[in-house]
Design a protein around this ligand. Structure first.
Ligand SMILES: [Zn+2]
Length: 336
């Protein structure tokens, strides 16, 4: 038995047909974990869909209503880049329920893994980039509402910037800055950043959720709304450089912010053979990345909840292996 729970249901499957996003990857990761003997059936817990009131903690009533009634405009569906269906809505609600459950178990066991979710491109009022609703934010807001946590740190290691998450959790910061009538201290940093730069926002004492996004600068999304820390990586960097940037960002965050939960977005797409990524990480390097996050969490005594996020490798088996390795890394760190 693993010393933590893996949250999963077969219905995580995304019914989107032939698509660069492998909608069946969740089932394949589940099967792979069992086949490789990494996990056994008793390690898995089945989530229920998120409740609408949980989704509404993050998303506007208009957006939720449109999704539930199928009243998206053509533009809204195009922007989401996945074909709308009732079944797809159910899958996203289920993924969000899974992220909530993983968060609860993380607080009990030190780590909890959702074998799904990570939909960081969903904004309060629209979906983007294969993301309909933002399970990462929904889970954090629900745990806060239940008074299980006050402060969370998002460590987003998908190759694409976590724009939806940045906007969702940046609102409080923006309001605080506005109410203090400060000059826009961050404005000069928001303009063109040098490759390989780290951008930190001032006045983050105002936030209850601190966000780190470590991503390829020269990639979607074009407009990158500010996270608390954005690490804009140059094209093609490899394992060691990437891990150095990650260490820098996480250390900086933990010097100024004391989270009660880390929400780790374990994107598989910084991989060198990813079709939508332009970094050069190896499968082993991605596992070292996961281990680093888990070790930091364990040493600091901060529970860590995990979502999977992007993975579009030429060979889908590589994506499955990278995602499975996230569970292996957690097992190796937390079994000791
Ligand atoms: Zn991605």
């Amino acid at each position: 038995m693993l010393p933590f729970k893996i949250i999963y249901r077969d219905d995580y499957y995304l019914p989107i047909g032939e698509h660069v996003f492998p909608g069946s990857k969740y089932r394949q990761v589940h099967q792979s974990l069992l086949a490789r003997g990494i996990a056994e059936p008793g390690d898995f817990l089945a989530p229920r869909p998120a409740e609408d009131r949980d989704v509404l903690l993050v998303h506007g009533a208009d957006w939720v209503y449109k999704l539930q009634t199928g009243n998206l405009s053509a533009r809204e569906e195009l922007q989401m880049e996945i074909p709308y269906s009732d079944e797809l809505v159910e899958a996203f609600w289920l993924a969000a329920g899974g992220s909530i459950l993983a968060g609860r178990h993380a607080l009990e066991d030190g780590v909890g893994i959702n074998l799904g979710g990570g939909f960081h491109h969903a904004f309060p009022d629209h979906g983007e980039g294969f993301c309909m609703i933002n399970d990462i934010a929904i889970a954090i807001r629900r745990l806060q509402k239940d008074q299980k946590i006050e402060r969370a740190l998002v460590i987003d290691c998908d190759v694409h910037q976590g724009n939806g998450t940045a906007v969702i959790f940046g609102r409080k910061r923006a309001l605080a800055l506005a109410s203090e009538a400060l000059p826009s201290v961050s404005a000069p940093m928001l303009r063109g950043t040098e490759p390989g730069s780290i951008r930190k926002l001032a006045a983050d004492g105002a936030v209850d959720v601190f966000t780190i996004s470590l991503h390829q600068e020269n990639n979607y999304p074009t407009w990158k709304p500010p996270s608390s820390i954005d690490v804009n990586l140059p094209d093609g960097i490899g394992d060691d450089q990437y891990l150095g940037w990650l260490d820098n960002a996480v250390s900086s965050a933990l010097r100024q912010f004391e989270p009660q939960l880390i929400s780790y977005v374990a994107g598989a797409d910084p991989y060198r053979d990813d079709q939508l990524g332009g970094l050069n990480l190896s499968i082993e390097g991605l596992k070292r990345r996961d281990e680093f996050v888990f070790r930091v969490a364990k040493i600091r005594g901060i529970p860590v909840t995990v979502t999977l996020a992007g993975g579009y490798a030429q060979d889908v088996n590589d994506t499955i292996e990278i995602h499975s390795n996230t569970v292996v890394a957690a097992k190796e760190v937390f079994e000791r």
